[in-house]
Design a binder for this molecule. Sequence first.
Ligand SMILES: [Zn+2]
Length: 92
Amino acid sequence: MKYPKEVNAYCPKCLKHTPHKAKLAGKGKARPMAIGNRKHERSLTGHGGKRAGEKTVKKQGKRQKIILECSVCKKKQERVIGTRTKKKLEFN
Ligand SMILES: [Zn+2]
């Protein structure tokens, strides 16, 4: 999948369309000591039972997420493009 390096998009801060730089959104960091993670890990101990977070069916592709940065005010915004795809996003 191909996407241009620079696109003209609406900026909510400038309240108009401005040139934006496109960048692939990185993955956020998981915090292993967060309360939700600790609870989940506790639930995985022991025998059997239904557990959240264990998927039986895996999705074939991912929806690509990009970050658009306004060239005027540097405001960043996320955008999901296209549908589920196995191909990596390329900028041209
Ligand atoms: Zn802006």
